[in-house]
Design a protein around this ligand. Structure first.
Ligand code: EPU
Length: 337
């Protein structure tokens, strides 16, 4: 177990913001997670649980304990993969393909850890983590008990789970079990995927497509649009795509016939926040050292040495403009501390 005081979190947030925490605890095993739970119970100080820091915006030093999983290891049994919560999510996808287990290709290159994938229900290109999560193993902080939580109990929705709301700070996740498919059935219906595949592999017919080719194509799309956090600090999509009722959608669609949208259910439609931010003229613009990425307006970037507050100010300016133009309040996907 790592137990450090006055610890810099710069390497633990992909925005690359300098901020410290009073204490940093990292567990590598279930037993260490139980020990960390005991420390949290006894210390009576506030705490937060982080993953790879790819969804985190730090605005100040954190006067409390920051907890992180460093549980690694991947076990494969038939079509199930059980992964330590501290594994890098994309490395797990690579391992799944090598084992001939499919389903997660569209989530390739999403930054972050396996534990966070289950908290955040990460998603991309028509696939969400919840589609393949079977169960989660965790230590309950209040008791140090080891619990197994079936995915059906986790309240999964678009970028949502109970771990983010009613169960916030209740569990230290140690393992996530994914149930995958031994049959490769590609999900190609999102936006520009078929077109990207056609361009990459020439063929109109994608029936001969391999999982590795799909993974490579997804990586290509992401690399073209999303900045590499190692080069320019960012946390992927900064905002969630808002879900509006159909009546509101119809009114906007009449006004903006080219507005992209995704059907949610018969009463609700999701509208891309990136498109609205782009329409407000924010793409490629900056406020101080905080910027809006020039290829995808949903991504806010640290142009170099930005503080968390500068990024929050940019976030607020964008929220105000989107609300004024579209009558929709957009909310950050990123956790602001
Ligand atoms: N668009 C614009 N201008 C922009 C950005 C987007 O016009 O600056 C338009 C695009 O042309 C497209 C639509 O908006 O018609 C949607 O854009 P895109 O396909 O890039 O996806 P998104 O809705 O902006 C979501 C996820 C991403 C995920 C992609 C692909 C959220 C909050 N974000 O973005 O996830 O990679 O779909 O599935 O749901 C992340 O969570 O960090 C992330 C990158």
């Amino acid at each position: 177990m790592r137990d450090l005081r006055d610890y810099s979190l710069k390497a633990h947030n992909t925005f690359g913001i300098e901020a410290k925490c009073s204490r940093f605890l990292e567990y590598e095993t279930i037993a260490e997670a139980q020990e960390v739970a005991g420390i949290l119970r006894e210390s009576h100080t506030p705490y937060i649980i982080i993953g790879g820091g790819s969804n985190l915006l730090l605005t100040k030093d954190y006067e409390g304990v920051v907890v992180r999983s460093d549980v690694i290891g991947i076990q494969i049994a038939d079509d199930r993969m059980t992964c330590g919560s501290g594994e890098v999510f994309d490395e797990m996808i690579e391992a799944s393909l090598m084992a001939g287990l499919y389903g997660l290709e569209n989530l390739s290159l999403i930054p972050g850890d396996v534990g966070a994938s289950a908290v955040q229900n990460i998603g991309a290109y028509g696939v969400e983590a919840k589609d393949y999560i079977e169960r989660i193993e965790a230590v309950e902080i209040a008791t140090s008990r080891v619990v197994t939580i079936p995915a059906e109990h986790c309240g999964y929705g678009y970028r949502q789970s109970k771990f983010k709301q009613e169960w916030k700070n209740r569990y230290l996740i140690t393992h996530v079990t994914y149930r995958l498919s031994t049959d490769f059935q590609p999900h190609l219906d999102y936006g520009n995927i078929r077109e990207a595949l056609r361009q990459a592999y020439g063929a109109d017919d994608v029936s001969a497509l391999t999982a590795q080719q799909l993974r490579d194509a997804i990586i290509g799309i992401r690399n073209a649009k999303l900045p590499d956090p190692k080069v320019m600090g960012n946390a992927g999509s900064f905002f969630m795509n808002p879900i509006v009722n159909r009546e509101k959608y119809e009114r906007l669609a009449a006004q903006y016939p080219v507005m992209p949208h995704y059907e949610v259910d018969k009463d609700h439609v999701k509208i891309p926040a990136g498109w609205m931010i782009d329409q407000c003229g924010w793409k490629g613009k900056a406020l101080g050292r905080a910027g809006v990425h020039d290829k995808q307006a949903l991504v806010l970037v640290n142009l170099g040495g930005a503080t968390g507050d500068e990024i929050v100010r940019l976030c607020q300016a964008i929220q105000k403009d989107v609300e004024a133009k579209f009558g929709i309040v957009i909310h950050p996907e990123v956790n602001i501390i």
